[in-house]
Design a protein around this ligand. Structure first.
Ligand code: G16
Length: 542
């Protein structure tokens, strides 16, 4: 029986860069999650009988909300839900299932790389029928619905056991519990030369994949160990845990330090990688070298044709605005399209659907292709392995020859976390106020050539996104970009992105910090970061 439960709205359910993210206790307020899920359903044109994919990254509170979402799907007329066993689905695997099953959409429970546990973070996002994050016109509708919600609909009886594979019914709706890995692993086999990668690994090429006690453990174990022959101990922290083992599942230099240390050791493995809470981000490390996400995008774009799934070449590349312009250099040389979008995977969806681009990437450790409509951590690892298996060179050698061919875009992102929101907004406002007078100003040897607040007009549907980050460009093409994160759950996070192009191969071996020295100092002068936030150092540098 469908029950209609009275509720009252919350005023803070505006989705951010990637869905609604809050602390777990915030989500545990009465009806908080149910309100948001009903707002999703209310925002959609549902005819009844549709298929909905449901899954999450296994973090604390995942199971409760999944069971609720199943009952609410039945209460709102869905014909079928496809749920990952035990509620587990990585974000790219969910995207794949939505597409493969012709679902009208999917609900993915994750706060991505943010920590989990009873006092950690939780999140809900909706992905549309193309498998990609809902575009802003839908997230706006969801937010509007959440502001006036007065009831939600739920099927009275409890949801079926989601630990058992197979189909059951809840009212008229079929609940299908699926193996979270099977369809995804099958898709990977269509894109990459598994035999070549198996040969590489069998030749003694050592790998280490750090699943950070998050969702990719089962995916990496099945693909790298069972199908590609890596030794079982090459996948570490492989068991997903509700609190990620107390860690922070963000594959960066701070939180994946163990992995990086292992790869810096003289007798360490040849290739290291890590993924995040929900499996869409990736970190690539070679023996003695950490590959920056922007460089990784450029290398994958330049070499994708070495993998069978991309043998015919790629149509184009898209990157988020703050991502370094290394990929642009590949696109220019290869004569393919290059697109610059705001931060957020949702902005790539239209370009991928229209066939304008094949590969997309972001500085925030996300790369992916048109095989799904999300960034995909394990995919990036497999494409790297396929390239390494073809080229039989070290990661270091591949990076050096890439820079020699295309030049090197030195790059760093500086994060100032949990700063006072007022101070952060003041800093951004002050920058915006000064934009018009910025061109021509000199800072040391740097002269500003242009300065703006990035806005984007989607070339496919004409939608416009404004205030997407302040760009200060200097003559010669160096850049400083300032923006506030849209995924934090406490205070504000200021991100400062710093980039300089170097054509001279004799200078490519410099450490990024050295190469970017003057720009780093200038970022503080122009942004008045110390003065306005009281911070003298960033919390994280990636
Ligand atoms: C999300 C989005 C990404 C975005 C990232 C960082 O990643 O999906 O597209 O680049 O947030 O956003 P921000 O700089 O606003 O924090 P994820 O992995 O958290 O879903």
């Amino acid at each position: 029986m469908i029950e209609t439960i009275a509720t009252t709205p919350y005023d803070d359910q505006k989705p951010g860069t990637s869905g609604l993210r809050k602390k777990v206790p915030h989500f545990q307020q009465p009806n908080y999650a149910a309100n948001f899920i009903q707002s999703i359903f209310d925002a959609l044109p549902l005819d009844g009988g549709e298929t909905l994919v449901i899954g999450g990254d296994g973090r604390f509170y995942n199971r409760e909300v999944i069971l609720m979402a199943i009952r609410m799907a039945a209460g709102n007329g869905y014909g079928r839900v496809v749920v990952g066993q035990n509620g587990i689905l990585s974000t790219p695997a969910a995207s794949n299932l939505i597409r493969k099953r012709g679902a009208s959409g999917g609900i993915i429970l994750s706060a991505s790389h943010n920590p989990g546990g009873p006092n950690g973070d939780f999140g809900i996002k909706y992905n549309a029928a193309n498998g990609g994050p809902a575009p802003e016109r839908i997230t706006e509708k969801i937010y509007e619905a959440s502001k006036s919600i007065s009831r939600y609909r739920v099927w009275t009886s409890t949801a079926p056991d989601i630990s058992k594979l197979g189909e059951t019914k809840l009212g008229d709706m079929v609940v299908e519990v699926v193996d979270p890995v099977a369809d995804y692993a099958a898709l990977m086999e269509t894109l990459f030369d598994f035999q070549k990668i198996r040969d590489l690994i069998a030749s003694g090429f050592g790998i280490r994949f750090d699943a950070m006690h998050a969702v990719t453990g089962p995916y990496a174990t099945e693909i790298l160990v069972n199908r590609l022959g890596a030794s079982p101990d090459s996948v570490v922290n492989a068991v997903p845990m509700e609190d990620f083992g107390g860690g922070h599942p963000d594959p960066n230099a701070v939180h994946a330090k163990d992995l990086i240390d292992a790869l810096m050791a003289a007798n360490g493995p040849d290739f290291g990688a890590a993924s995040d809470g929900d499996g869409d981000r990736n970190l690539i490390v070679g023996k003695g070298i950490v590959v920056s996400p922007s460089d990784s995008l450029a290398v994958l774009a330049a070499n994708a044709h070495l993998a069978p799934g991309y043998a015919r070449g790629i149509a184009g590349v898209a990157r988020s605005m703050p991502t370094s312009q290394a990929a642009d250099r590949v696109a220019e040389k290869r004569g393919i399209g290059i697109y610059e979008t705001p931060t957020g995977w949702k902005f790539f969806g239209n370009l991928l659907d229209a066939g304008k681009v094949t590969i997309c990437g972001e500085e925030s450790a996300g790369t992916g292709s048109d095989h799904v409509r999300e960034k995909d951590g394990v995919w990036a690892v497999l494409l790297w392995l396929n390239i390494l298996a073809e080229r039989r060179e070290s990661v270091q050698a591949i990076m050096e020859s890439h820079w020699a061919e295309f030049g090197r875009n030195f790059y760093q992102r500086h994060d100032y976390e949990e700063i006072d929101s007022k101070a952060a907004n003041g800093l951004m406002e002050s920058l915006r106020d000064r934009l018009a007078s910025m061109a021509g100003q000199r800072f040391g040897t740097l002269v500003v050539s242009e300065a703006d607040d990035f806005s984007y007009k989607d070339p496919i549907d004409g939608s416009v996104a404004t205030s997407q980050g302040v760009r200060i460009v200097f003559s010669g093409g160096s850049r400083i970009v300032y923006r506030l994160s849209g995924t934090g759950t406490k205070g504000a996070t200021l991100r400062v992105y710093i980039e300089r192009f170097e054509a001279d191969p004799a200078k490519h071996a410099l450490a990024p910090k050295e190469a970017l020295n003057e720009l780093i100092d200038t970022a503080d002068v122009i942004g008045e970061i110390r003065k306005r936030t009281g911070r003298t150092e960033p919390d994280v540098i990636t």
